[in-house]
Every structure is written in C-alpha cells, then in structure tokens.
Ligand binder design. Structure first.
Ligand code: DQQ
Length: 535
C-alpha cells in the first residue's frame, strides 16, 4: 500500500501495479472469458509493451495469468502492440497483433495458443514466418497498426487495419485463407478527411431487429455495421452506423454528417482504444475499453499504477432512435450489488440540494428516473439554445430547465463533488434538446488533475422519462443516460471525499423548474476479486 491507495478501484479490472492501456484479443473460450491487455511490467508509464493476461468466469472477478506475449523477437522487440483474436470454425484460435520492430516499423504478426485443450490458454507461440504484413507502399512505417478480428466472406477471411494518408484517417482491408499470407484488397473500407491516424479500428455487425448480438461475420438484411476508430490526434473513440457491402468491400455511413471521427462517440469522457468481441456463450457483443488516468504522470509514478478497464458493456442497436447504439454494463456486474437503499418520489426544488443518506458512497450502482415539472417546461418560452456541456459553466451554470442530477464522490461540506446531470434547452419553436454532462471542475482539491466538464446531447423521444445509471468506484464514475444512448466515463481524484467520507447528493440548479426523482435506487457494491491464478 501507499499514500494514494484509496484511488485504486474495487470492481474495475486493473493489474496489481504498473501501466496498462488497450484491451487486446478478448474472447470466450471453453468456459472462460479472456482479457489480454497492453502492459508495462516495469513502470507506471507506457513502455516495454507486453501482453498481460487474465481470465474470468463472469467478466467481473479475475484471475491473473502469466504474460501471454513479451517483446522478444526483432519484429516486436519495441512492443507487442494491440491485436485481436479470431475463433475459427474448426475450434482453433488465431491472434493477430502489431509488433513494433527493432527499427520501430509497425508490422502485423500472428500467434497461436500452444495448447488448445488448455481452457486458460496460458502458453502462446509466435508464428515462425512473422511478420505476416509490413506497411504497404504509400503507408508510413508508423501508421499501420491494430488488426481487427477477422470476418468471413464466403471461403476467405478479412481483417481491417487502421492507417492514414496525410490527415485522412483510413481503414485498409486484407484477405487471407490461412492467416499466414495476406492480400491487400483494392480501395479502402472507408476514409474520412481530417480525422488523422485511426488506431484500434473495430468493425462489427449489429442486428436492427433482434436483441442478441451478432457474430463478427454476419451480414445481410436486418444488419448494420458499426465502424469505430480511435483517433490518435484527440484520443477519442468515434463510431458510426452504416452498411457493409462485401462485394465492393466498402462501408457507407447511414448519415454522412455522423461519419466516423466527426459524429458520435461511445463515451464523452475518458474512454479510448476500445474493442468488442462476440460472446458466443451469452449471444451478445461486448465492448471493452481502456480508461486512462487524468492525473499527472508524477502522480502515477507515485501511486505506482496507471489505467483501468471500463466495466464491459453490451452493445446493441437502438431500435427507437435508429441513430446510435446502446451501451449497458454487463448484467454480471449486478452480482456485486449487496445492500440497497431506495427512495421514492423525491422532489428537488429549483436551486436546492438534498443529501442522500446511504452511508459510505465510494462503491455504488445508482439508477435514477427524473421528471421535470411540466408547468415550468411548458411555461418556458426559450432557454439555452446554445448550451454546451463543456463551455456553459458546468453544474454551476444556471438555466431555466437545468442542470439537475447527482453529486457523487462528494464530501459532507461539498468541498469536493463530481456532478452528473441533465440539462434541458428549449428552442423558440418549442423543441427540447437534452444534454447529459459530468462536471469535474470541483472533483478534487488537488491541482494536478484534469477538471474538464464532459458531455453531449442525449436523444430523448416523446413520452420518455429521463433516466440515468451511474457506477461509482473510488476514482472512476461511469454514467449512462437513457439506457446507454450517451455515456460519460470520468476519472476523479478526490482528496476529502474518500472512503468513509464520501457522500451522495441530489441537486437541482435550475432557476425555474423543480424536478421530481420518481424513482431512485442505490446499491452498495462489493469489491471484485482479482488475484493471481494458483498455478
Ligand atoms: N496502443 C497500442 C497501439 C495502439 C495504441 C500501443 C492505442 O497498438 O495504436 O500500446 O492506444
């Protein structure tokens, strides 16, 4: 332990110590969920990138295994970088990953489990013919990385790799039959000017009709394809919905104005290098993501660790809006709920704050439904049409119809608080626009930590009530509005609102509208167990 130990999370995945970034090669195999991750065995900063490996029966409690791969060949000596797993119909597994070579050239390599009858997949061997791909003509030696899970089109397999031409982000597609030799397909899967280098591209189908997830190779009627890129320039994960034509090998966005990198994000807080996999065990598509730190590097070195993984989220197509996916914490996280406190119908007057007596508030799962007073809503002619979470003065900026929501990781006197809230704007035409935000500006008395106000618009359809869910875990909050249409993950570093001193409040900083919290349920969360596998 050390002086900053209270910042460690209790039910998010994180290694015992040192640096972690991207999730790699997630999969379900013979009863176990496997998570590999970018890891520095030697320090709490990025470097010496190795593949950490942990397994779980439920995506929540983990057993740490020996490293799956270390940088030990000329083709990955500068790092075993990000990659993806493909489960083949014959039961075998192929892992394709990026190596940074002895000359820092980005190449793609292949590795296989040494023993497919070992459900833990402890030993891996690298293919003797590595690398299987080097940057093609016209592509920079340092702009060629992060292969996707392969998808099958008739008798061939395709992988997608992110890159760029100058400032245009691009996705290249390679075809293979044996995973050892590959052919670059003509043209591009997609490109978007000004978006820069595309890292960790993800490409997968979602069903527009069924609730279940789809295996990666599925296409046809009732299927849309999500294309996701992690923008190296801004460190943000953007996705878009569209259609994949496997004949021409092109993906077309449903709405060109919401194209990859210029439209929607998975998460408007700290959320990067995410990757999905199809869980054939429970027929769902699961999204993992690296949640980095927003404190200083000096603080990371002092606390001796950096980075956690988000709670895995189930991703589905939003059949109501048809313009976004829904993201929701895997149901297994609910196994950590132990005691709960329920409040019914709490009225929060305009300009007021209500403490919620829940005891210790560092590990919580909160679900709140909220309703704005309809008279105030109707009586307001126009309000805040140019609202913006990040620039409209956060939770302190008062309007007729917002902000209102919860203060988490707050101390008794609210010298520290993280506000998670809705804000409603109303146009002169009567049109309502709802925002979902997280304000970190007062989250910590420390001055070397990020204090952004995050957020974006959240679609709210006619007749829907406002609803949010918040997971609180010491130094992280994950917030989901309208069942996961808009999500915000934040790292927060309170100095006072820690352990037994952490409190929870409802607040309504609107000037006109009272808000009724029609239903509010708060669960205390147990800690997950994460420890070495007894080998
Ligand atoms: N992290 C890996 C790269 C990837 C980046 C290196 C994204 O493969 O592009 O650790 O965070």
């Amino acid at each position: 332990t050390n002086m900053l130990s209270w910042q460690r999370t209790a039910y998010h995945f994180q290694p015992q110590k040192n640096w972690m970034n991207d999730p790699d090669g997630p999969m379900f195999y013979k009863g176990w969920y496997h998570l590999f991750y970018q890891y520095n065995p030697d320090a709490a900063v990025w470097g010496n990138i190795t593949w950490g490996h942990s397994v779980s029966k439920d995506l929540i409690n983990w057993l740490d295994l020996p490293f799956a791969m270390v940088p030990d060949h000329w083709y990955d000596i500068n790092g075993v970088w990000t990659g993806s797993a493909t489960l083949l119909p014959d039961g075998s597994i192929v892992m394709i990953y990026t190596g940074s070579t002895n000359e820092s050239v980005q190449v793609q390599n292949v590795a296989f489990p040494a023993n497919l009858s070992d459900p833990l997949l402890i030993d891996w061997f690298k293919y003797s013919g590595n690398p299987v791909l080097v940057p093609p003509p016209g592509i920079g030696a340092k702009d060629f990385r992060d292969p996707t899970t392969a998808l099958q089109v008739s008798d061939k397999w395709r992988i997608v790799i992110g890159s760029r031409f100058n400032t245009t982000g691009i996705a290249l597609v390679y075809e293979t039959t044996d995973f050892l030799s590959y052919k670059l397909l003509d043209g591009l899967l997609h490109e978007v000017p000004t978006t820069g280098m595309w890292e960790c591209v993800d490409f997968y189908p979602v069903s527009t009709t069924a609730a279940n997830g789809l295996d990666t190779s599925v296409n046809g009627p009732g299927v849309k394809h999500v294309l996701k890129a992690s923008l190296d320039d801004t460190k943000k994960d953007y996705y878009a919905l569209g259609t994949y034509d496997s004949e021409t090998n092109t993906w077309t966005p449903d709405d060109p104005e919401l194209d990859v990198g210029i439209g929607i994000r998975y998460d408007y807080g700290k959320y990067y290098a995410s990757k999905t996999f199809y869980d054939q065990n429970k027929k769902r598509r699961i999204l993992w993501s690296w949640i980095g730190e927003t404190d200083s590097e000096t603080a990371d070195i002092k606390k001796r660790w950096s980075g956690v993984q988000g709670i895995p989220r189930v991703v589905t197509f939003d059949k109501k809006t048809k313009t976004n996916v829904l993201q929701w914490p895997v149901q297994e996280v609910e196994s950590l709920r132990h005691s709960s406190v329920e409040f019914d119908k709490v009225k929060v007057e305009a300009g007021s704050i209500i403490p919620l007596d829940v005891g210790t508030a560092t590990q919580l799962d909160i679900i709140a439904d909220l309703e704005i007073d309809s008279k105030a809503l109707e009586g307001t002619i126009e309000a805040d049409v140019i609202y913006n979470c990040s620039t409209s003065n956060g939770a302190a900026g008062r309007g007729a119809l917002g902000p209102f929501g919860l203060l988490v990781l707050a101390d008794e006197s609210r010298s520290e608080q993280t506000a998670i809230y809705f804000y409603v704007a109303k146009g002169i035409d009567g049109h309502l626009t709802t925002f979902f935000c997280t304000d970190k500006s007062r989250s910590s008395k420390a001055n070397d930590v990020g204090k952004e106000v995050y957020g974006s618009i959240v679609p709210v359809l006619d007749g829907e009530r406002l609803t949010m869910r918040i997971l609180v875990d010491h130094s992280i909050t994950e917030a989901f509005a309208q069942k996961g249409r808009t999500c915000i993950t934040s790292r927060v570093y309170p100095t006072q609102a820690i352990d037994g001193a952490a409190r929870l409040f409802l607040f309504n900083n609107a000037t006109q509208a009272s808000v009724t919290v029609t239903s509010l349920k708060i669960w205390h969360m147990k800690s997950a167990s994460i420890h070495p596998y007894p080998l």
